[in-house]
Ligand binder design. Structure first.
Ligand code: GDD
Ligand code: MN
Length: 406
């Protein structure tokens, strides 16, 4: 293995905001590309590279390491270039908006190995586990996770809030990846490079591994137990805003997998919340002695506005780009149509099937379902307009680029 001198500076991809230094000669053939996203990891990168070098030398793994840095103010890129290790180290500096996932996508686009392994720079992911992850992809797995939650793994997770958070976050992925994947949130994973179709990738936030698991259809998924260590130095960048991004990312993945169903499910969830608002306000107004008919008007109107706001922002996010007043008028009209349909269907059934009148609730349920379906279809095609845009205008450049360097 050769030490690569940080000489040439190249710009990768079409108009992409990344600059690379220290490229290896093009003729090199690598089995493995190790992609490491970094932001303010100058104190960790030297030790990381030394430990990677030790293990890949021992196991004779032909690999390149691609450090993808987001212009870290602490000089991470420089620190990576200066480390003296018997390893091909490529340093990629991004200048666009920073982000863990897009940095990893850029790294994957530049990778030249048969397999790509992604890991953090802070040594929470032990480099000594790399051979085991590689062995599993060599053995035919499409995607291998360095997992905290299989037998032999260690999460090193402390605090009720953090554990609960992680459990709920993982639970929300079950419909997407199945129950058998124990650690879909991991940032330590390895996959066949040809499976990572950059055109498909559009992640926001931290969970690039989940994005790949869902979109690349890797077939056989294997989890290798790892000991998730405490951070070597510095602080985590996982802020509350990153966690909110996770919810938006999940929504994108659900939309991607089940485009129509996921929207309809959200619409019903909003409707259910609206019902809670309606009943709560109704109870309050009655408690304060407001007359029933008036209380009904106030609580129905409030719930309707509540549903309107949520549907406009969450269920049909593209609609929020247009003016709200005509939309609100149409929404109220659509809901009124829904009420008429609900009333008509349940009454018609009551009149037509006298033998089932003892279970009249059934007629009401059919009325509610058809009324809701009408509400949904009118909202989708008339109120908020068809062809609803993405919740995040402007995909990450690197994901669009979809081209790899030779
Ligand atoms: N290029 C780039 N840009 N890298 C970033 C950015 C960014 O904006 N933000 C974070 N990173 C890098 C860090 O420098 C580190 O190498 C890695 O991404 C993980 O960041 P941490 O801040 O250490 O994340 P964490 O330890 O809280 O989360 C890790 O564990 C989670 C599981 O609990 C990550 O691996 C997550 O992906 C994982 O889900
Ligand atoms: Mn970390």
């Amino acid at each position: 293995m050769t030490r690569i001198n940080p000489t040439d500076t190249t710009t990768a991809g079409e108009g992409s905001p990344v600059t690379e230094t220290g490229s290896a000669p093009q003729a090199d053939v690598f089995e493995l590309s190790i992609v490491v996203p970094t932001y303010n990891e100058a104190k960790n990168v030297p030790e990381l590279l030394r430990r990677i070098a030790r293990v890949v030398t021992q196991k004779d793994i032909r690999c390149e390491v691609i450090i993808v840095d987001d212009n870290s103010p602490d000089g991470t890129a420089q620190a990576a270039r200066e480390v003296d290790v018997p390893l091909v180290v490529r340093v990629v500096e991004r200048s666009g908006p920073r982000g863990l996932s897009p940095a990893v996508v850029d790294g994957i686009n530049l990778a030249r190995g048969t397999y790509v392994l992604v890991m953090d720079a802070d040594l929470q992911h032990p480099p000594e586990s790399i051979p085991e992850l590689l062995a599993a992809v060599r053995g035919g797995a499409g995607f291998v996770i360095g997992s905290r939650y299989v037998v032999g793994g260690e999460a090193n997770e402390f605090g009720f809030y953090r554990i609960l958070n992680s459990k709920i976050a993982t639970l929300l992925t079950v419909p997407l990846v199945g129950r058998h994947v124990r650690d879909p949130m991991a940032g330590f994973f390895c996959l066949r490079r040809d499976l990572a179709d950059a055109e498909q990738l559009n992640p926001i936030g931290y969970k690039i591994g989940l994005e790949l698991l869902v979109k690349c259809r890797p077939g056989k998924i294997v989890e290798v137990p790892i000991r998730f260590s405490p951070r070597h130095a510095g602080d985590s960048k996982l802020t509350l805003s990153e966690q909110i991004k996770y919810l938006r990312h999940l929504r994108r993945l659900y939309d991607w997998r089940w485009p129509t169903l996921s929207q309809a499910v959200l619409f019903c969830a909003v409707g259910t919340c609206g019902m809670v608002v309606d009943l709560t306000l109704m109870t309050l107004l009655m408690f304060f002695g407001v007359a029933f008919p008036l209380a009904r008007v106030a609580s129905i109107a409030t719930a309707m506005v509540f549903n309107f706001v949520l549907n406009r922002r969450i269920t049909f996010p593209g609609a929020a780009l247009r003016t709200w007043k005509p939309q609100l008028a149409k929404f109220v009209a659509a809901c009124s149509v829904g009420v008429v349909i609900n009333w008509s269907v349940s009454n018609a059934l009551y009149a037509l099937i006298p033998s089932l009148r003892w279970a009249y609730q059934l007629f009401c349920i059919v009325g509610i379902v058809t009324g809701t379906a009408s509400n949904y279809l009118l909202s989708k095609y008339v109120v908020f307009g068809a062809g609803v845009a993405e919740d995040e205008p402007g995909r990450v450049d690197s994901a669009r680029r979809g081209k790899r360097s030779p």
